[in-house]
Design a protein around this ligand. Structure first.
Ligand code: PLP
Length: 424
């Protein structure tokens, strides 16, 4: 059991006996991303949080959303546990437009969730029973532990993410072929924390790894966490979701797609996401059954999702300027990505202080300090350099989504200097 959970249970004393098994396991991850973000709040450079800010430090928000703060009063009505029908239809059409391979796939209509975290929790509750194994790359978003491990009682098994600078599809295959008949695989591209998306070459290997497990008789639920969809900055990267591949792969494979406006439309607090399902040979009736399962889970948990948020997303997606504004915001993040590439090229000496992990997309990138502990570097960065970062899985995560271009050179210089200080 996690140490933080143990402490909470100790504080509760005999009352802890009242807790359910999940209640006993749960804790608030003060030491994870959120706690580290709080410690960095006053820093001159704050590269901790998974949101995005403009070059002047204001929230990066699209006008087509901001203009909808004054909604029609119908936005106060219930919208039902499946979500606003027009929004579900609009989102599905948009997904098919952005992922042309979905045209050939018969998959469910999306059910609206309270953004992606809730979608993950629904996926966990529908597919991941106590004792089931969840397979994830060893560089993963820490909330998967809380959702699948602590709340739902699954065992988490990690596999090596990178080998020689590429996604380690062999390690994935071995993990899937390991002990146990049923596996829940979570794939997250663009990835948090690494900012990596599989390349066009790697994507088929990932799909082949799952097929090999399915051929060997394993039942595999593939959960695609597409939170950062669309934010790909390099050619040769697999820009589409892998959902279409898994939804048509094999009778032993069921694909779950989680996506939403949070990160890709820059509305973190709005809380509108979607869960969709597909599997090879699925009938319309079977897909409706999965939708009903998801909506039943919504009903049992929060009844229905913010009507105000859903109306706002529907309005924004239908706005004639949505596409243009989205491209403008993408350009802000891509410029930062390109700036980082230039900085790293101009400073080969940084390679003595840290290794740059593969990155090509999303909000983040990671560096691995050489010869010193990442957590010590993080602390040094706050104390001496007024620079906030996050440590996950022994890496320092830098959220360039929050740091204006002009501060990026200082950010990297500070990381290199902090490593050197600790080595001295
Ligand atoms: C990989 C990943 N998935 C899901 C989420 C959760 O997103 P939401 O705010 O939509 O719940 C995050 C948020 O940081 C994330 O990084």
């Amino acid at each position: 059991m996690n140490q933080l959970a143990k402490q909470l249970n100790q504080t509760l004393g005999p009352m802890a006996e009242m807790l359910s098994p999940a209640g006993k396991r749960l804790y608030f991850p003060y030491e994870g991303i959120l706690g580290q973000g709080t410690e960095a709040k006053k820093c001159a450079i704050n590269a901790t949080i998974g949101m995005a800010f403009e070059e002047d430090g204001s929230p990066l928000v699209m006008k087509c959303f901001a203009d909808r703060m004054n909604l029609d009063t119908k936005a106060f009505l219930y919208v039902g546990s499946f979500g606003l029908p027009a929004l579900r239809e609009t989102w599905k059409n948009l997904q098919i437009k952005k992922n042309p391979s979905l045209k050939r796939v018969s998959y469910s209509d999306p059910v609206v969730t309270n953004a992606l975290t809730h979608g993950l929790r629904i996926a966990a509750e529908l597919f991941a029973g106590r004792g089931d194994t969840v397979v994830i790359p060893d560089l993963f978003w820490d909330n998967y532990t809380l959702i699948f491990g602590e709340a739902c009682g699954c065992a988490l098994e990690t596999f090596n993410t990178f080998k020689n600078g590429a996604f380690d599809a062999d390690a994935l295959k071995q993990a899937l072929l390991g002990k146990g008949d049923k596996k829940i695989l979570i794939l997250n591209f663009p990835n948090n924390p690494t900012g990596y998306t599989a390349t066009l070459e790697e994507a088929p290997k990932i799909v082949a790894a799952v097929k090999a497990a399915a051929d060997a008789g394993k039942k595999v639920v593939v959960v695609l966490d597409d939170a950062y969809f669309g934010l790909v900055y390099e050619k040769g990267v697999h820009g589409e979701s892998l959902f279409a591949d898994f939804a048509t792969l094999h009778g032993n494979v069921l694909a779950v797609k989680l996506d939403g406006s949070t990160k890709e439309d820059y509305v973190w607090g709005l809380r509108v996401g979607f869960i969709s399902f597909g599997f090879k040979g699925a009938t319309a009736e079977q897909l409706k059954a999965l939708e009903a399962k998801a909506a039943g889970d919504v009903r049992s948990c929060v009844s229905n999702i913010t009507s105000i948020g859903q109306h706002m997303v529907l309005g924004a997606l239908s706005d004639k300027d949505y596409g243009k504004q989205k491209r403008e915001k993408y350009a802000v993040l891509k410029k930062r990505y390109m700036t980082i590439r230039k900085i790293l090229k101009a400073h080969p000496e940084y390679a003595e202080s840290f290794e740059v992990m593969p990155f090509n997309s999303g909000y983040f990138m990671c560096v691995k300090p050489i010869g010193v502990d990442a957590e010590k570097v993080r602390r040094r960065l706050i104390e001496k350099y007024s620079t906030g970062t996050v440590v996950l899985s022994g890496l320092i995560r830098l959220a360039f989504s929050t740091v204006p271009c002009e501060k990026l050179p200082t950010l990297f210089a500070n990381v290199a200097a902090a490593v050197k200080d600790l080595r001295a």
